[in-house]
Design a protein around this ligand. Structure first.
Ligand SMILES: NC(=O)c1ccc[n+]([C@@H]2O[C@H](COP(=O)([O-])OP(=O)(O)OC[C@H]3O[C@@H](n4cnc5c(N)ncnc54)[C@H](O)[C@@H]3O)[C@@H](O)[C@H]2O)c1
Length: 452
């Protein structure tokens, strides 16, 4: 069943709908009416209660609150007037946040963090024992895939087992990370077996890394729950920070999240495969893309070629493949193309250059432009592979601070015989590479001696 309701009726609809197992949509808009009609936990404490020096009680807890998903979410809730318990096992990151600094690049987050700290809206805790109050508990701990590409679903159970003794029966639990399909319903059954009555919601995070603050303000939130009460509370919660909320059943929300990421991964694979076909035919893919897209709306969304990596796209595509009993041919093909691009590049370079007597400089070690996150970056796959065949491999990145082997750009340029643009950071676009040969599969560089 599917229905659409007006914003003003959204809360009532969430109330009335037979949420569990049914498919329906509720769209709410931030605004006085929606806020009035979607009440959940009482809004922010009065300024006196959260004044500096007092001990505020959290309106909401974000477990994993110091992570990449956690921080933008914490700051969005704080900006919406809530007092947030930032619960994270990583005490070093909590200390960084407490001191007013961000542990990684999150565009637009610094002023919100300063404001939230000044208003005493953040409580920092590093143990489940410090989860208090009656507000929702949002869990951002993800499901990794193991070395055989199977999802480690036990990670969610372990996390919940740690948290449960400190969560009251009336608290809403919101799964926010990407989970294996069926996890939300499993959690509902698991808690029921333990005699627990918690409301369970699954509201997947879909922001692009580094731009969570902007996207949380602009993008709809997918909300699902295992009971009408859970849905109602979760809808009201996300209406506080999002322009609209879309409600579906838990399995649909879990699949929607995985489909979003797998689709993106497949889009990158499509363009990367086209790039490799054009390259091996001796054709210029940049010129081909220009021709494909010029005043041709159906090709508008085709991305440019490049290294598609990071902690989510590969992992989520493989979770979906595992869920589909490994019958996800497009997903596996995307993985082969995207991961294979780096290896294909090196094979081609080996044919054209005497790599064994050359120093290769890698430009950009973050998994994508303008961020400092190296998790699952293909730059490191290139580095490891080149280390087996080149004389030496040097690396540069203007943002990454966690890799002590990274060197300044000018030194890498000076000491390298061949440069590879791994990440198209804007700082590289007009950089001076001293006429050295540069590999640029992105078609990104303006004034370089591009040889591949
Ligand atoms: N990074 C993104 O842009 C992004 C976007 C959408 C979805 N996701 C998904 O969100 C999930 C989290 O990803 P992330 O990038 O934020 O990871 P992350 O490693 O940056 O953050 C996870 C945080 O959880 C903390 N943590 C781990 N176990 C804990 C526990 N038991 N109790 C308290 N804290 C704990 C870690 O210290 C870390 O700070 C994953 O499922 C990921 O696929 C990530």
């Amino acid at each position: 069943m599917q229905s659409v309701v007006s914003p003003a009726d959204a809360a009532d609809a969430a109330d009335a709908a037979d949420a569990y197992g049914a498919t329906y949509w509720v769209i709410c808009y931030i605004g006085q009416e929606a806020t009035k009609r979607c009440p959940v936990n009482s809004p922010s404490k009065s300024p006196e209660m959260v004044a500096k020096g007092s001990s505020p009680i959290a309106d909401i807890t974000v477990v994993g609150g110091a992570g990449h998903v956690g921080i933008p979410l914490v700051l969005a809730f704080a900006e919406a007037g809530m007092t947030v318990n930032v619960n994270d096992l990583n005490e070093a990151t909590l200390a960084t946040l407490r001191s007013g600094k961000l542990p990684f690049i999150e565009h637009g987050a610094a002023p919100l963090l300063a404001k939230a700290l000044a208003e005493n809206r953040l409580i920092f805790t590093s143990s489940p024992t410090q989860i208090r109050g009656s507000g929702p508990v949002v869990v951002t701990i993800g499901t990794p895939v193991d070395e055989f590409l199977n999802p480690v679903t036990a990670a969610v159970q372990r996390c919940m087992d740690d948290l449960l003794p400190y969560i009251a029966d009336d608290q809403l639990i919101v799964l926010r990370s990407t989970v294996f399909p069926g996890t939300t319903d499993w959690l509902h059954t698991y808690l029921a077996r333990l005699g627990r009555k918690n409301k369970i919601a699954f509201c997947p995070e879909r922001v692009v890394q580094g731009y969570g603050i902007k996207e949380l303000r602009e993008m709809p939130q997918i909300v699902s729950g295992t009971s009408p009460e859970a849905i109602e509370e979760a809808v009201a919660l996300f209406n506080r920070i999002a322009p609209e909320v879309v409600v579906v059943a838990p399995l649909e929300a879990e699949l929607a999240k995985l489909f979003n990421n797998a689709y993106r991964y497949i889009e990158f694979a499509a363009t990367n495969q086209f790039y490799m076909i054009a390259k091996s035919a001796g054709a210029d893919y940049t010129a081909i893309m220009k021709a494909m897209k010029h005043n041709y709306p159906r090709a508008r969304t085709l991305p440019g070629p490049g290294f598609a990596a990071g902690p989510c796209l590969f992992k989520d595509t493989m979770q979906l493949a595992a869920f589909a009993r490994n019958q996800f041919n497009l997903g596996h093909a995307a993985m082969q193309v995207n991961e294979g691009l780096a290896l294909q590049l090196i094979a081609d370079l080996k044919r054209s250059y005497d790599l064994a007597n050359m120093t290769v400089g890698l430009l950009g070690m973050a998994f994508k432009a303008e961020i400092d996150d190296t998790r699952a970056s293909l730059s490191y796959k290139l580095k490891r592979t080149l280390q087996t065949c080149a004389k030496d491999v040097l690396t540069a990145d203007p943002f990454v601070t966690t890799d002590p082997t990274i060197q300044p750009l000018d030194r890498v340029v000076e000491q390298s015989d061949l440069l590879i643009l791994c990440t198209p950071h804007s700082a590289y676009r007009d950089a001076d590479f001293a006429g050295k040969p540069v590999v640029d599969i992105w078609g990104f560089l303006k004034n370089a001696n591009v040889v591949y």
